[in-house]
Write a protein that binds this ligand. Sequence first.
Ligand SMILES: Nc1ncnc2c1ncn2[C@@H]1O[C@H](COP(=O)(O)OP(=O)(O)OP(=O)(O)O)[C@@H](O)[C@H]1O
Length: 267
Amino acid sequence: MTDRILDAVDVSKTYRSRTAGTTHALTDVTFGVGRGEMVGLVGESGSGKTTLMRILLGIEQPTSGTVTFRGTPRPTFTTEHRRDFFNSVSAVFQNPYSSLNPRRRLWDIITERRSIERRAGRAERRARAAELLDLVSLPPEFADRFPHQLSGGQRQRVAIARSLSEEPDVIVLDEPMSALDVSVSAQIANLLLDLQEKFQMSYVFVAHDMHMVRHLCHRVAVLLKGQIVEQGTVAEVLGNPRHEYTRSLIAASELRSLEPEEERIRP
Ligand SMILES: Nc1ncnc2c1ncn2[C@@H]1O[C@H](COP(=O)(O)OP(=O)(O)OP(=O)(O)O)[C@@H](O)[C@H]1O
């Protein structure tokens, strides 16, 4: 039994296109998350965060290197491993306005995977939807609403409820608060912390700036032009940044935020 959940080991990714030529999106990246841990992945636009996230989720394959799930390299997965991976690793994307199907009711959206994976019927899915809505502190009558009837924060709760449907061990969060205002972001952050406590959830938290990372994460990795320039505990990296680029990200997020000390979320 390993405490590692999801790891990229020496992963590189190269894109080749006729127009843009060769792009080294990732070079020798080793990054991952252990049980009950929240690990931030920061870097500016184009640094490779989305590429690494997609590789961790299995949406894309690395050009070289390996992704391991609970210590087992993905290329050696059996059918059983694959099913376990599919149910145990889920994602919440950046924009709660575009990530939910506008034509479907919430109970249907948040239990879609249950219908695919377990061929669950309507009654079972509706019962699961009520549990999931409760987990993210939305009232049960929301089950019959459509996404456009919700605020941005409520939609992001729905996206989180959907990601919890098959009881995952790890959720990859792609800038989940970037479309929300500060007070709604803080509520979503607290929800993530509650779920972590309740289920020993692991999170990969992809972020543009250091602000939420400082409040939420145990560890952080800093990505610059496809390479990790530093990685460690939040106290180490943000308290004593060794790389000029990390210092500039911290300075930029301090400019953006004037949040007072007492609003810190993780003690
Ligand atoms: N499918 C693709 N084909 C070609 N190049 C790509 C592809 N996907 C990403 N890239 C390139 O790889 C590099 C890393 O992109 P990536 O989207 O991973 O960065 P990012 O840090 O997530 O940026 P953002 O915050 O803007 O989403 C960029 O130079 C990008 O142009």
